[in-house]
Design a protein around this ligand. Structure first.
Ligand code: G3I
Length: 325
């Protein structure tokens, strides 16, 4: 059987190709991961909840294992994530005043930087702070209730103060939807005018085959890049189900898989055109079997197949479309 081409080799002159992984996956699918990908992101293990469950309790083991794997195989590592309304333990907010919360965020960042800055190429400083609906820029979160509209700028200021040479990313989803995009662009302006605090915008790229608008993707890349930031595609997957779909039926039809392959090919053709501003393209998972979309948003829904490799680590038709150009 002919050898499978390597994504990271194919894209060596373009950008890093990454995957979100877990320590378990590094054990079971390490060969695939180290040969196909040049960058890793911890799917959960570097988030405040898993790594810092109580004020004086840290659980470094899983994150350390991921950092060690990256070092051993010469892979880049992204730091995901420091400030997020989700997977942050309740104790961060206890007491409810600004100074206490900021001092906890600062102490958290300090430990993360001390331990992992030597391994990490880019940090998602703030994740998903922008509201999906309505006129407000910011999501109504515990962070926002306590820190107000300063939440993102203050977080980036703290990160810069603690790690002056760090490469800092604002990361969000629904990034190509015009209404939310306008708000994210305004947020990037805030970060720029507060002293060039942001280096890159993270397009999460959680898309599906039914309503992805490639013209909006291209327009979005241009609009974000025009803010003078680099772009990192941080969590790419292409679900076979529409986002509004909550029905139980099997979307893995031959037609849908063909459409997915066609779209993956077109998405990467666009990414290649913008290689000068795109640092990396990371898939949210290595194979379909490990995707967070199994079980989301509907439990027991037939198997989704959003990635380039099947559960047996075999390349799918969409893989071929991504490497053949
Ligand atoms: O680790 C516990 C386990 O001890 C417990 O028994 C089990 C019972 O539910 O839960 C386990 O934690 C789960 C964790 O994933 C690890 O598997 C959480 O319930 C579950 O909520 C968590 O989901 C993660 C999700 O973020 C949380 O919002 C997904 O794995 C992860 O893929 C997903 O990643 C996010 C990015 O960080 C940000 N952008 C969106 C993306 C997809 O939602």
């Amino acid at each position: 059987m002919p050898a499978i081409p390597s994504l990271k080799e194919r894209y060596r002159d373009y950008f890093d190709i990454g995957a979100a992984i877990t320590p378990q996956l590094l054990q079971t699918k390490g060969d695939l991961i180290k040969t196909q990908f040049s960058s890793l992101t911890a799917e959960n293990q570097m988030k405040p909840g898993p790594i810092h469950p109580a004020p004086d309790t840290w659980a470094f083991e899983d994150a350390d294992a991921i950092a060690a794997f990256a070092r051993e195989h010469n892979l880049h590592l992204r730091g995901h994530t420091l400030v997020w309304h989700n997977q942050t333990p309740e104790w961060f907010y206890e007491g409810g005043d600004k100074d206490t919360l900021l001092s906890r965020v600062k102490a958290h960042m300090q430990v993360m930087f001390d331990r992992y800055a030597k391994d990490i190429i880019a940090w998602d400083v703030v994740n998903e702070a922008v509201a999906d609906q309505g006129d407000e820029i910011f999501r109504d979160s515990r962070y926002h209730q306590i820190l107000g509209d300063n939440l993102v700028v203050r977080s980036f200021e703290l990160a810069r103060e603690l790690l002056p040479g760090g490469y800092f990313v604002y990361n969000d989803y629904n990034e190509i939807m015009p209404a939310k995009r306008t708000k994210i662009l305004a947020l990037l302006d805030m970060l720029k005018s507060a002293g060039n605090l942001v280096d890159a915008f993270g397009f999460q790229c959680h898309w599906n085959i039914h309503d992805l608008d490639l013209d909006e993707l291209r327009r979005s890349i241009e609009l974000y890049a025009a803010k003078g930031v680099h772009l990192q595609m941080t969590e790419l997957d292409l679900s076979l189900y529409a986002s509004s779909d909550k029905e139980i039926y099997d979307a893995a039809t031959p037609e849908n898989l063909a459409l997915q392959a066609d779209l993956y090919g077109k998405i990467f053709a666009i990414f290649r055109e913008y290689k000068d501003v795109i640092d990396s393209v990371t898939f949210w998972g290595a194979t379909d079997a490990d995707s967070w979309l199994q079980g989301f948003p509907v439990r027991n829904r037939p198997y989704n197949q959003p990635l380039l490799f099947d559960g047996e680590c075999q390349p799918k038709e969409c893989f071929r479309r991504v490497v053949e150009f």
